[in-house]
Ligand binder design. Structure first.
Ligand code: FAD
Length: 310
């Protein structure tokens, strides 16, 4: 068994594993694919001290850093259950499918999250060519242009407020007859001259010229009329889903599925730490995930030195 098993090989999991290995802890780092969500992105401009990098290059750098230590890396494994020890301080078991498992005295969960897609034609084709999911990451790429935000919940309206300060005009498309965001955010967005909110809008298609997004098709659900808006970018804000389904019933989760965790990464089960986009740490960003991964790694070490094995 390992002293600590880190599940998830994105920025958070890699940070936790490196911090643990640097303390001489016998560490396993297991996951589905090395690098995490950054593999799906092209330009990254907000890793502080790295003015520009690209997703695959950043993932390769993460891997090189991890490989500089004696960390046992196991890829292409999807965790399906976490089983706590029968006595305090004992071994946790992490199951992978029906017949594989790994054991460790402490577990760091860093399985990240995934953006909910619109599921309309053009969305995948124009990903990173105008279709984006992260205003903090890609907002500046659309400086002075017209953009759309899909979703009138809190994250969509926050995105619209953010983008109104950077882009020329923002159109918010909300499926329901009313936006669900908090009143304070709606008051703010309605006060902005360059934001238009369209409710009852069912997005049907992302339009493009083959290399870039040029517009968006939607149906007005009240009249059944098909319409288009000309825009250069679409920010999809209809939900970030944490990869925590496998932990239901074992760890306390928030209503939206994030693992309830404190600033040290401590969860509802002693010896299990959480970090990054799967945890309740606010702001889903690379540097934030790395910071919380470092904290979770140090907390796992702290748990080991303070707990007696049975
Ligand atoms: P993740 O990166 O999600 O890594 C988690 C890993 O765990 C994944 O490899 C996943 O496959 C694996 N996993 C999931 N479930 C299981 C399981 N059951 N068993 C085993 N493994 C599992 N942030 C920025 O700061 N700047 C940017 O420019 C930026 N651009 C982005 C662009 C896109 C298109 C996307 C999608 C995200 C972007 N982000 C950006 C957000 C950033 O990528 C995330 O905040 C960050 O990757 C979170 O790191 P993480 O380690 O918590 O999780």
């Amino acid at each position: 068994p390992y002293e600590v098993l880190v599940v998830g090989q994105g920025p958070a999991g890699c940070a936790a594993a490196i911090y643990l290995a640097r303390k001489g802890i016998n560490t396993g780092l297991v996951g589905e694919r090395f690098g995490g969500q950054v593999l799906d992105t092209l330009g990254i401009e907000n890793i502080v001290s790295i003015p520009y990098t690209e997703g695959p290059r950043f993932a390769a750098a993460l891997e090189e850093h991890v490989n500089a230590y004696e960390i046992d890396v196991i890829t292409s494994q999807v965790a399906t259950a976490l089983v706590p020890p029968s006595e305090p301080g004992g071994l946790f078991t992490v199951n992978f499918g029906d017949d594989a498992s790994l054991r460790a005295r402490s577990v760091v969960v860093a399985t990240g999250a995934r953006w909910r897609n619109m599921g309309v034609p053009g969305e995948q084709e124009y990903r990173n060519k105008g279709v984006t999911y992260c205003p903090h990451c890609d907002g500046p790429l659309f400086k002075g242009k017209d953009v759309a935000v899909i979703g009138g919940g809190n994250s969509g309206i926050e995105a619209a407020i953010d983008l109104a300060g950077i882009t020329r005009h923002v159109t918010v498309l909300e499926f329901m007859p009313e936006c669900k965001a908090d009143d304070i955010l709606l008051d703010k967005v309605r006060s902005l001259p360059n934001v238009t909110i369209i409710t009852n809008a069912r997005t049907t298609e992302v339009l493009g010229d083959g290399s870039r997004v040029t517009g968006l098709g939607y149906v007005d659900r009240a009249t059944d009329e098909a319409r288009t808006v000309e825009i250069a970018g679409v920010f999809v804000q209809i939900g970030l889903l944490p990869n925590t389904e496998w932990l239901k019933g074992t760890l306390d989760l928030t209503p939206r599925g994030d693992i309830v965790s404190d600033p040290r990464g401590a969860t509802s089960v002693e010896g299990v730490l959480a970090a990054g986009d799967c945890s309740s740490t606010p702001y889903k960003q690379i540097v934030v995930a790395q910071g919380s991964g470092a904290a979770a790694g140090l907390s796992a070490w702290d748990y080991l030195i303070r707990t007696k094995a049975p």
